[in-house]
Design a protein around this ligand. Structure first.
Ligand code: GLU
Length: 429
């Protein structure tokens, strides 16, 4: 269990913002309790013949708006508290962007980098074997998250199909294209955050090509948002991964960094011309140093809880785009706000991933495959509409973007609960 309960932190925000939004106390209470949690121990036969046990979790937090939806994370720090918090954030996220889904999350406590591909496959399939009745295309639909990818989703779908003697591509999203995945799902989280960043820059009246940007985390989300922002004319001056980061005032070529990291598994300042990589001037920095750089926009794209009372006062960025889930602890929301920093919250900024997951599910259920242009256009519409709705609510009611996003989501969930009939209805009729 983490030192600070991530779930308690997430719940604190939900409860206080729900009060702000005048949500019925009974509904707030309902939103304070996860619907179903499953914890399993998975025995796996390792390549050397030994048997190892791995803990797995899945939480369906709330299904008011539809089947529950959310990724599966493979990470050494996965624990029940974190998974519940992440499933609560998924509940809010799906409501912010108006998807017909509730929220869920799953994970396995494992360092996948230490497993062979076959051990990883056995573990992924074992997870689905125990969860086969917990998930389902109308019940709970997993997807990738930290250190899981389309190949793992493919194994999981195949396991589900063989247990249920069916073909159900709509049970899981983020699959390989050949197995029913959607075009445009791979960069959807980064693209959604990129679209939010463009909208913010536009609303603030800033100049795109003046922007200096630091990205913490160089996984799927961090890579694509950095790549797209650089293509749009911004300067990506710092990037880090779990090992540390690099800084260059002149800015990096993101694609070259990515290629270099794929090959050497290390971050280096390089420009690749053909097969020749040329090292450029750069400074090595720690992840902590990256967060407090004097840049225009900071993009935390790694794990939760990185901006805390220990560093919040030192943040110099004008805006923070949260691609990671929960990078800013609720205890510093006020500090960040009082410093005048604009935060595009995770539940909006990283919703591009689950949005294209929804498109994938729709395509699977209707037997269609949309073109990349179609997917990207629909994602753009969804992100811009959602961003504008949150922005306008914030302006109209004098709230931060995070408060506005939560208020929007909580009102939507609350209206759906009320449509079923609440105490008020039964008492007064
Ligand atoms: N894991 C991603 C998230 O945190 C995507 C979830 C999904 O596609 O269902 O939003």
């Amino acid at each position: 269990m983490a030192a600070i309960s991530t779930f308690q932190d997430a719940l604190f925000r939900v409860r206080s913002l729900a009060e702000l939004a005048n949500i019925d106390p009974e509904i707030i209470e309902g939103l304070s309790h996860p619907k179903e949690i499953i914890m399993v121990n998975l025995p796996i036969r390792m390549d050397d013949g030994s048997q190892q046990y791995f803990s797995g979790y899945r939480c369906r937090y709330n299904s008011t708006l539809g089947p529950t939806k959310g990724g599966v994370r493979f990470h050494p720090n996965v624990n029940e508290d974190e998974i519940i918090a992440l499933s609560l954030w998924m509940t809010i996220k799906c409501a912010v962007v108006d998807l017909p889904f509730g929220g869920a999350k799953g994970g396995i406590t494992v360092n996948p980098k230490e497993l062979s591909p076959m051990e990883l496959e056995r573990l992924s399939r074992a997870y689905i074997r125990v969860l086969a009745d917990f998930i389902g295309p109308h019940r709970d639909i997993p997807a990738p998250d930290i250190y899981t990818n389309s190949r793992i989703m493919g194994w999981m779908m195949a396991e589900y199909d063989s247990i249920k003697r069916t073909h159900a591509p709509d049970v899981i999203t983020g699959k390989p294209i050949e197995l029913g995945g959607s075009l445009g799902r791979d960069d959807a989280t980064g693209r959604g955050a990129y679209l939010c960043t463009l909208e913010l820059i536009h609303k603030m009246g800033w100049n795109l090509t003046d922007m200096s940007i630091a990205v913490q985390g160089f996984g799927n989300g961090g890579y694509h948002v950095a790549r797209l922002l650089q293509q749009a004319g911004c300067k990506i001056v710092a990037i880090s991964d779990s090992q540390g980061g690099i800084y260059s005032e002149a800015g990096f070529d993101v694609e070259s960094l990515w290629q270099c990291k794929q090959q050497s598994k290390r971050m280096k300042g390089v420009y690749c011309k053909g097969s020749v990589c040329e090292i450029v001037e750069y400074k090595t920095i720690s992840n902590d140093e990256l967060l407090i750089l004097d840049v225009d926009i900071l993009i935390p794209a790694a794990l939760e809880g990185v901006i805390t009372k220990h560093n919040a006062d030192n943040i110099k960025a004008k805006a923070i785009i949260e691609i990671a889930n929960g990078p800013i602890l609720s205890e510093v929301d006020d500090i960040i706000h009082n410093k005048g920093i604009k935060v595009v919250p995770d539940v909006l900024a990283n919703a591009g991933g689950v949005t294209v997951s929804y498109f994938e599910w729709v395509q699977n259920r209707s037997g269609q495959s949309w073109t990349l242009e179609d997917v990207q256009q629909k994602l753009k519409e969804k992100m811009i509409t959602s961003f504008s709705a949150v922005w306008d609510l914030a302006e109209d009611e004098g709230r931060t973007l995070r408060e506005a996003a939560y208020v929007k989501a909580l009102r939507k969930i609350s209206n759906a609960v009320e449509a079923h009939g609440t105490r008020d209805y039964f008492v007064h009729n």
